[in-house]
Design a protein around this ligand. Structure first.
Ligand code: IMP
Length: 427
């Protein structure tokens, strides 16, 4: 196996966890490189459903090293809950490690996230309220805490003397929220230090160096998706990290040359949670049908997901900025009963008829855009038990091959159900 990155190629929830889970079988080291517990990854293994938020799902296999990388933000209570859940299922956690350089989500981060969402009015992003944006903001503003700080009392004390006056001023004056004393925060940090202690990987440099030197197989696990990327997504309606494959380098400790392949996971349709533009969104019976057949409700928040037809304009963009070498197409079985399936190949500006075949980054014009579709005949057959690409119905293969043609990127995996076995590896 070559070293691979698995990223979401749409707005998250593409079924990355299943693909990562399958690839993790052949990996030695699995690294989650960005995001936090805003992510919700569902894996069905041996008839059981596991829900992951931060811990790489590769932990389900014995003998793998799973690293939560420096690029992540970690809410200690959520991490603890996830650990407890896995322990109660007798999952071996001896391979789990967390970078001392990962950022800590403090209580004020979740409080500010909640406050901002509730008072933003038209500026509402529809975040998961897990404190993601405020934690990354403080990291970039150089007033964040990292996990390693918890084990260095002198540095922690000095940092808090700098951070707390700034933070308390912001909390009080900008948000009218509760402020924190140093004693309170030290007490919290003590609690957090206990939570993380068994997993902190202080020798992460030796780990990464050793794995590379020994030719071990590395799998980088992205969360969210390209269209939620803080640089390339539908800004400002995005998350605050880099889900693109480039994020795997900054968020793991390896340089980009360690990566051989980038697999972009996309659903055969599109979903989105939260606010923001979505040109192919269907607010009709078809959208409802996709939501119900595809069980499109959020793992982290339970929110119904917005649904729409496959958008090849954003997907072509994702192939470029995400650096995809292939696509893993999931949930194609959701269309088994459909007479017709549509692919959006371009956008039309309703103001002047202008056609966009490349993604227009100015999201404020998206409300004027309507999708230009091509229509494909459905296959009207249950494909969920098919194991070989050649056995897929002709209309289904035609649809897949048309997608490859438009995207100029091969499809390497077709997923026809939630179970590990319901996966077709093409070529
Ligand atoms: P945040 O990441 O909680 O700040 O939320 C920012 C945007 O990203 C919102 O639209 C969220 O709904 C979306 N988002 C964050 N994580 C996920 C995910 O794992 N799947 C889908 N959408 C997500």
């Amino acid at each position: 196996m070559t070293n691979k990155v698995v990223i979401g190629a749409q707005w998250g929830d593409e079924g990355k966890a299943k693909i990562t889970d399958l690839l993790a079988q052949d990996a030695d080291l699995i690294i989650r490189y960005q995001g936090g517990c805003n992510a919700g990854h569902t894996v069905v293994a041996n008839g059981k459903t596991f829900k992951f938020h931060l811990i790489p799902s590769g932990i389900l296999y014995k003998g793998k090293t799973c690293l939560i990388g420096n690029g992540t933000v970690v809410l200690p209570e959520a991490f603890q809950e996830e650990i407890e859940g896995l322990k109660s299922e007798n999952i071996d956690l001896s391979g789990l490690k967390i970078s001392p350089l990962a950022s800590i989500t403090m209580p004020w981060h979740t409080e500010v996230d909640g406050y901002s969402e509730n008072t933003a009015g038209k500026g509402k992003i529809g975040t998961t309220k897990k404190g993601i944006g405020p934690t990354y903001t403080d990291k970039m503003n150089r007033i964040g805490l990292k996990i390693g700080d918890l084990y260095s009392p002198e540095a922690l004390s000095e940092k808090l003397d700098v951070i707390l006056p700034v933070k308390n001023k912001q909390l009080k004056e900008l948000f009218n929220l509760k402020t924190y004393t140093k004693e309170e925060v030290l007490e919290l940090c003590d609690k957090y230090a206990q939570i993380f202690k068994p997993y902190v990987c202080f020798d992460w440099q030796e780990l990464l160096r050793g794995m590379k030197k020994e030719g071990k197989r590395i799998l980088f696990e992205g969360a969210q998706g390209v269209m939620l990327d803080v640089d390339f997504g539908t800004y400002p309606f995005v998350t605050s990290s880099n889900p693109i494959s480039g994020g795997a380098a900054t968020g793991s400790g390896y340089g980009p040359k360690v990566i051989d392949e980038v697999i972009g996971v996309a659903k055969a349709y599109v979903t989105r949670v939260g606010e923001g533009p979505f040109v192919t969104e269907l607010n009709d019976k078809t959208g409802e049908e996709i939501r119900n057949i595809g069980h499109e409700f959020g793992v982290t928040t339970g929110r119904p997901r917005r649904c729409g037809w496959f958008d090849a304009v954003t997907m072509k963009y994702a192939c470029l900025v995400g650096g995809l070498t292939s696509v893993a197409l999931t949930k194609i079985d959701v269309f088994d009963t459909f007479d017709e399936i549509k692919i959006c190949t371009a956008y039309k500006d309703t103001r002047n008829g202008k056609i966009y075949t490349s993604y227009p980054e100015d999201v404020y014009i998206h409300k004027y855009l309507e999708p230009v579709y091509e229509t494909h005949q459905g296959w009207k057959k249950d494909i969920s038990r098919i194991k070989k690409y050649e056995d897929l119905p002709l209309n289904c293969r035609k649809y897949l091959e048309r997608l490859e043609e438009i995207l100029e990127t091969p499809i390497s995996v077709v997923s026809v159900g939630a179970d590990r076995e319901q996966t077709i590896f093409k070529n």
